[in-house]
Write a protein that binds this ligand. Structure first.
Ligand SMILES: Cc1cc2nc3c(=O)[nH]c(=O)nc-3n(C[C@H](O)[C@H](O)[C@H](O)COP(=O)(O)OP(=O)(O)OC[C@H]3O[C@@H](n4cnc5c(N)ncnc54)[C@H](O)[C@@H]3O)c2cc1C
Ligand code: SF4
Length: 336
C-alpha cells in the first residue's frame, strides 16, 4: 500500500472540498477517495489497484446513518447505513421485503456490520484479473481484457465488451427494480441520479469506471419511492459457496397483482450477469396483463435471457438465470 494522507471530516461539504482540493492525478486510480466501511477500498489499496494520496473518512458525518420514511410510503436510506441496519430494519422488511433479502444475501454478518449502502453501490468489480496486482488489464489502464479469452466463468453474458465484469453489488439490482435514485453532493451542489442512469456499461463511457460519479462526488443517500409492487418484491441469488459469496446470478423481481391475480406491473432486474444491474423490459412486458402460471413463467424466463452472449466458460448462466427468474416470479406471484 502506498502512503496516504488520512482526513477526518464532519460534513458532506467538507468531504467534497477535501476530495476536490487534491489536484487531479494523471491516472484516475490515484485520485483522492472517500472511505466508509473500508472493506473494499482498503483491499484495492493493498493490491495497488487504487492508490489515493488522500483518503477522506466519511464516518464522522452525522445524519447519514439513518433509514427514514419519506412520509409518502417511500424510504430515505443514508449512505452510511450499514448493510446490517438495512437487513434488520422493520420498516424495510414490512414494505420492501426484496431489499431485506438483498441485504441479507451479502457476505457474512461481519461484512454486513461494516459495509455501508454507499460503499456497496460503489465497490469495484471482483474480476480476478482486475484484483491481481500483477495484471494490468484494460480496466487498469492496460490494453487487453484477459477475461475475454481467459478464465471467464464468473463474467458477463449481457452488455460485455470491451470489459466483461459483472456488477458485484446485491443491493443494486433490487434498488433498480424498486425505482430508486441516489442523492449526490458534488462541487456544484446536490443532485439526484436515477439508478438506471448511475451505472455505466464499459462500452458506453470510460471503461475504467463503473458509474457516473465524479472524483469529488459523495453519495449522501438512496431514495426508494413508494410503489404498489414494493410489497411484492423478492431477491433470489445463486452463489457457489453457500456460506458467503458474490452472485453467480441473481434476480430482483417485483409485481403488482390486481384482484383477479392478473399482473398489472412488473420489474425484473438481473444481477451477476452484466457490468450493470440488467433490467429486462421485454420480459416485464410479457408478464403484464396475464395471470401467473407455470407456463407463463417458463416463457417469461426464456424472454428474459434472450440476447445473452455467453463467453467460453459461462454458458451455464443462461439456464441458471432462467431458473431464478421463474422461482422469483413464482414467489412474488403467489405460485411458490
Ligand atoms: C469477503 C467479502 C464478501 C462480500 N460479499 C458480498 C456480496 O455477497 N454481495 C455484495 O453486494 N457485496 C459483497 N461484499 C462487498 C461489501 O458488501 C462491500 O465491500 C461493502 O459494502 C463496501 O462498503 P464499505 O462501506 O466498506 O465501502 P468502502 O470500502 O469504504 O468503499 C468502497 C468504494 O465506495 C466508495 N464510497 C464509499 N462510500 C461512498 C459514498 N458515500 N459516496 C461516494 N463513494 C463512496 C469508496 O471511495 C470506494 O471506492 C463482500 C466483501 C467482502 C470483503
Ligand atoms: S473483465 Fe474487465 S476487469 Fe476483468 S480482465 Fe477484462 S478488462 Fe479487466
Amino acid at each position: 500500500m502506498n502512503t496516504f494522507e488520512w482526513m477526518n471530516v464532519t460534513t458532506v461539504a467538507e468531504a467534497v472540498n477535501a476530495l476536490k482540493s487534491v489536484p487531479a492525478p494523471s491516472d484516475m486510480d490515484d485520485a483522492a477517495r472517500p472511505i466508509a466501511g473500508g472493506q473494499d477500498i482498503l483491499t484495492t489499496m493493498k493490491e495497488y489497484i487504487t492508490r489515493p494520496t488522500r483518503v477522506v473518512n466519511l464516518k464522522g458525518i452525522r445524519g447519514l446513518d439513518k433509514i427514514e420514511s419519506d412520509g409518502k410510503g417511500g424510504l430515505r436510506i443514508g449512505a452510511l447505513v450499514t448493510l446490517n441496519q438495512l437487513e434488520e430494519s422493520p420498516l424495510v422488511r414490512r414494505n420492501f421485503p426484496g431489499l431485506t433479502e438483498a441485504a441479507h444475501s451479502i457476505g457474512t454478518p461481519q461484512i454486513r456490520n461494516l459495509g455501508t449502502v454507499g460503499g456497496n453501490l460503489c465497490q469495484r468489480p471482483r474480476c480476478w484479473y482486475f484484483r491481481l496486482e500483477e495484471v494490468v488489464c484494460l480496466k487498469k489502464g492496460g490494453t487487453e481484457c484477459y477475461a475475454a479469452t481467459g478464465e471467464n466463468k464468473y463474467h458477463a453474458i449481457f452488455g460485455g465488451g470491451p470489459s466483461y465484469i459483472v456488477h458485484p453489488s446485491d443491493l443494486a439490482p433490487m434498488l433498480l427494480a424498486l425505482g430508486a435514485s441516489v442523492s449526490v453532493m458534488g462541487a456544484d451542489g446536490k443532485r439526484a441520479i436515477a439508478l438506471d442512469k448511475f451505472f455505466t456499461l464499459p462500452a458506453d463511457g470510460n471503461v475504467r469506471r463503473e458509474n457516473v460519479l465524479k472524483n469529488e462526488d459523495i453519495i449522501t443517500g438512496v431514495l426508494v419511492p413508494a410503489s404498489k409492487f414494493a410489497a411484492h418484491s423478492t431477491y433470489l441469488k445463486f452463489k457457489e459457496r453457500d456460506s458467503m459469496d458474490f452472485a453467480m446470478s441473481a434476480v430482483a423481481a417485483a409485481v403488482t397483482l390486481d384482484a383477479s391475480k392478473t399482473v398489472s406491473e412488473a420489474r425484473i432486474v438481473l444481477g451477476g450477469v452484466a457490468p450493470v444491474p440488467w433490467r429486462v423490459p421485454k420480459a416485464e412486458a410479457a408478464l403484464v396483463g396475464k395471470t401467473i402460471s407455470t407456463d407463463l413463467l417458463t416463457n417469461v424466463a426464456k424472454v428474459a435471457l434472450e440476447g445473452a452472449e455467453p463467453l467460453a466458460r459461462n454458458a451455464y448462466k443462461v439456464p441458471l438465470t432462467q431458473t431464478l427468474v421463474r422461482r422469483a416470479l413464482a414467489r412474488v406471484g403467489g405460485l411458490a
